[in-house]
Design a protein around this ligand. Structure first.
Ligand code: ASP
Length: 322
């Protein structure tokens, strides 16, 4: 086996990819994050070769990603950053749960200058399934990690390659659970080869890196909550959150950034009280087209969960994402 001079580091965070069920036929009644990352890596035939012969594994967390939080994000970002800064490391692969992988990918994209590839991968079926999807996803992630020109924070699942900004979980059960909306995937992984449909994401500059430093130095995470506008919406929850000290509110608005008048009145009150408010749309595709005179600012082109992360970082002093 030819050994690459640069290694690929796999950071484990848990998820279904590391999940264990009582019965092999059970694809939903499992416990996520049970299998350690070294065992996961060791169980995939040909993974070391796919990585170029130099592969290391490190456990950062072992959680169901529905429970992702700031502490794990900080630890993960710091480990990724440390490995990216090591000339002996070619790329970092992160195993993650599917539920919030799009959030972690966007968070890492914002806080890291990922001139090397950071490839997040996951699985919809537990490691104990009759046909688990994790092993192939790991092999595909290695192919992306070693692809010429690869850079930035990427997500690989079911043979598709997505960018951090557009990727979204769109199905609760199917193995092919991710899409990149109107942008479409960056490409596909086929038999160990990457076929690009778009360019690699432009070299990210880690525009919110200083915000990560602040958190690392003990600054608390700002409190940002997400609200949805819907038929019969009221301002009660927004008002209660303001009373409770919320610092930011992201609203999944209807259509082109419209908000029920009762909720809108409460949001204007919140804004008046110094709470940062950002509007996104609850539509699955597209982004809000700005209109003159709109009273509340937009988080353009970001899904509600990603707009929340952008606002968290803004409240820590980072500029708004482009
Ligand atoms: N709840 C799991 C997680 O996000 C789901 C998955 O990985 O598919 O960790």
């Amino acid at each position: 086996m030819q050994v690459d001079t640069q290694k690929i580091v796999v950071l484990g965070t848990g998820g279904t990819i590391a999940g264990r069920a009582q019965a092999a036929g059970d694809n939903v009644g499992y416990v996520a994050g049970e299998v350690g990352v070294q065992a996961l890596v060791d169980a995939v035939p040909g993974l070391a070769q796919a990585a170029g012969g130099a592969l290391a594994a490190e456990q950062v967390a072992q959680i169901d990603s529905k429970d992702m939080d700031g502490a794990v994000w900080l630890a993960l970002a710091q480990r990724v950053q440390a490995h990216l800064g090591d000339p002996a490391v070619r790329a970092v692969v992160v195993t993650h749960g599917t539920d919030t992988v799009e959030e972690t990918a966007w968070f890492l994209h914002c806080v890291l200058a990922a001139h090397k590839p950071v490839v997040l991968t996951c699985a919809m079926r537990p490691a104990t399934a009759v046909t688990p999807d994790g092993p192939q996803n790991l092999l595909d992630a290695m192919a992306v990690a070693r692809a010429p020109g690869a850079r930035g924070v990427l997500v690989v699942c079911a043979g598709a390659l997505h960018g951090a900004r557009a990727v979204q979980k769109v199905h609760p059960y199917r193995v092919d659970a991710f899409a990149s909306g109107e942008a479409g995937p960056l490409g596909w992984v086929e038999e160990g080869q990457v076929r690009l449909a778009q360019d690699w994401p432009s070299a990210p500059d880690g525009w919110a890196q200083a915000a990560l430093e602040k958190i690392a130095n003990g600054a608390p995470w700002p409190r940002v909550e997400i609200l949805t506008s819907h038929a019969g919406a009221t301002g009660a929850v927004a008002d209660a959150l303001v009373r409770d000290g919320v610092q930011g509110l992201v609203v999944a608005a209807t259509g082109n950034g419209t908000v029920h008048h009762a909720l809108e009145a409460a949001l204007l009150r919140a804004q008046q009280a110094g709470v940062a408010v950002r509007l996104t749309t609850r539509c699955a595709l597209g982004q809000v087209v700005p209109r003159a005179g709109a009273p509340l600012p937009l988080a353009r082109g970001l899904s509600p969960v990603k707009a929340r992360i952008a606002l968290l970082l803004e409240l820590l002093g980072a500029p708004a994402p482009q």
